[in-house]
Each structure stands twice: as structure tokens, then as C-alpha cells.
Design a protein around this ligand. Structure first.
Ligand SMILES: [Fe+2]
Length: 296
């Protein structure tokens, strides 16, 4: 905490979590007091929408995100034969645009993989050093569709019955990027693609470092449970995912141009919703913070 602590104006958007935050301008340098207040808001709400009159550019988004923890600076998943539209390692291109700014055409391998984002997931659970905050900046949104839905995994854990809490206590899941791509209807990865994304292992339940709340940590990347037969693991993963995404735990965010939505991957799941993705531009750019610095 800094000497001059402030409280940001937060408008709750759902009974359990998510708020719209006023008083942050990511076009300008952020003060330590603002960052402290935002972290406190994130520990409470887990999803914070920060409106801006004009889109927050790549450099400004990177500069702001750097205040929130070690940043991810790896390239987006290497999809064979593709180029790069945004020349910043810290930005993940979440648009439906190719390197020349043209909308992907139906059948494009990149579009097929991206559609897996319509499955419930947390960002980078397939990495051993997980994502903490994701900051997604809207540059252009489609006229219809394309909401992002969030699920409060703290509230979901709290609502599990005691028998289930006992059953999953201490279990370790294997998360694999290609598992969700395949589940989402994408093509089989090449050997090179597969080798670039080995699995990672995380407990199904963790205690959130900021809020101290227990969190259910499942995602569409979760492929197996250590020590369990695959069919039993699948059944449990599906049961937990269905429970955690019941309507009472879910909030759907309707984007406006210029919004930056920050979500806590250690407290929520999210998914993209459909839009006419071979007709309309949806230009979204993400900066991501990690649990610890990545040097490779
Ligand atoms: Fe995501």
C-alpha cells in the first residue's frame, strides 16, 4: 500500500462479481495508488471493466499491464504458416484478422483454432507459470454478438457440497493447449505445434493469493487428472465445469469500443461467444500477466 490510498468508483455488474471501474485512464501513466486500488478491486470483483473514449493502444496497454505483475512476452501459439499482425511480444492478437488486417476466411486454420475460445477456459492454464491478469483491449467490435462471458470460480467452489470439496481436495490436473483446440473442433496439431505447447500440472483447488478465497481451477485445457482413469477424469471435469458455469455464477459482458476488461485467471473462467466472424472485424488485443517472470 502507498501512503495515499484511494478507492476507485466501482459499479457492480453482477450479484457475485464483476464491476465497471471509473477513474482509470490507461492512455496516461498510472500512479501507485491507482494500481493498489485496482488490485484491491480485482481481489473483490475478479473482473473489472474500464471504459475509455478511445481504444488503448499497444504501448499504453503494455505499460499499464506491467504495473500488475510480470508480463507474458512470448509469441502467441505458433500456428504453422502464419504471420504476425501486431509487432509486440507482450500482445496476444485476439482478433479475427490476418497479418495484413484482412478477416480470416472460412476454413482458415487460425480461425478454427480461435473458435476454441468459445469453450470455458482460463488463459494459460496450460503453462506451469500461469496467467494471473488478462487485460483485453477492444479496438473494434462487431455490430452483434461477441460478448465475453465470465464465471466466478470462487463462488462456484463455495457452493460445492462438502462431499465434492473432499473428493477434489489435493487432485492435480493436466492442462494441455491442444486438448481445448481439439475439443473446440479445431484440426489436429502438427508435431511442431504440439511440441511447442507441452502440458502443465495444477491443483483443481487453490487458495487465491490476494483474496484468500478458495477457487475451483478447471478449464477446457484440463485434459486429465493425475492418477485417475481417463473416463472417470473426463466425467468429473465435465461435472465440475457444468456446475461452475450455471447461470447464477455467470456474467456476460457486452463490449463497447475502447473498453479494457481485466480479469483474474486465478479466480474466473471465461469464454468468447459467437459472432459473424468471417464478415465483421473483431479487433481485440490482450496483455497478460504471469505468476512469475518468464525468462525463456
Ligand atoms: Fe481466453
Amino acid at each position: 500500500m502507498t501512503d495515499q490510498s484511494i478507492t476507485l468508483e466501482a459499479t457492480p455488474l453482477h450479484p457475485l462479481f464483476a464491476a465497471r471501474i471509473q477513474g482509470i485512464d490507461m492512455h496516461a501513466a498510472a500512479s501507485p495508488a491507482v494500481i493498489d486500488a485496482l488490485v484491491a478491486a480485482m481481489d473483490e470483483y475478479a473482473v473489472c471493466a474500464v471504459p475509455h473514449a478511445t481504444p488503448v493502444g499497444n504501448e499504453d496497454l503494455i505499460a499499464f499491464a506491467a504495473h500488475l505483475g510480470p508480463m507474458d512476452a512470448g509469441r502467441s501459439p505458433k500456428i504453422t504458416g502464419t504471420g504476425i499482425r501486431i509487432p509486440h511480444n507482450e500482445i496476444t492478437d485476439q482478433s479475427n484478422l490476418d497479418q495484413d488486417g484482412a478477416i480470416y476466411t472460412e476454413g482458415d486454420r487460425r480461425l478454427l483454432f480461435k473458435r476454441a475460445n468459445r469453450l470455458w477456459h482460463t488463459d494459460m492454464s496450460f503453462r506451469q507459470v500461469r496467467a494471473t491478469y488478462s487485460l483485453l483491449a477492444a479496438h473494434e467490435i462487431p455490430p452483434r454478438g461477441g460478448n465475453t462471458e465470465f464465471a466466478d470460480m470462487r463462488a462456484a467452489y463455495d457452493a460445492l457440497d462438502e462431499a465434492m470439496k473432499k473428493r477434489i481436495d489435493g487432485l492435480v490436473g493436466e492442462h494441455c493447449y491442444w486438448h481445448s483446440r481439439t475439443l473446440g473442433g479445431g484440426p489436429d496439431p502438427t508435431d511442431e505445434e504440439r511440441a511447442g505447447r507441452p502440458p502443465a500440472y495444477h491443483r483443481l483447488v487453490h487458495t487465491h493469493p490476494g483474496s484468500g478465497r478458495k477457487v475451483l481451477y478447471v478449464a477446457s485445457h484440463l485434459a486429465r487428472i493425475q492418477g485417475w482413469p481417463d473416463d472417470e477424469a473426463r466425467a468429473l471435469i465435465e461435472e465440475l465445469t457444468a456446475f461452475a458455469t450455471r447461470p447464477e455464477f455467470v456474467f456476460s459482458y457486452e463490449w463497447s469500443d475502447g473498453d479494457v476488461v481485466i480479469w483474474d485467471n486465478l479466480a474466473t473462467m471465461h469464454r468468447a461467444t459467437p459472432f459473424d466472424d468471417t464478415r465483421y472485424v473483431r479487433d481485440m488485443r490482450r496483455a497478460t500477466c504471469r505468476e512469475a517472470p518468464i525468462h525463456s
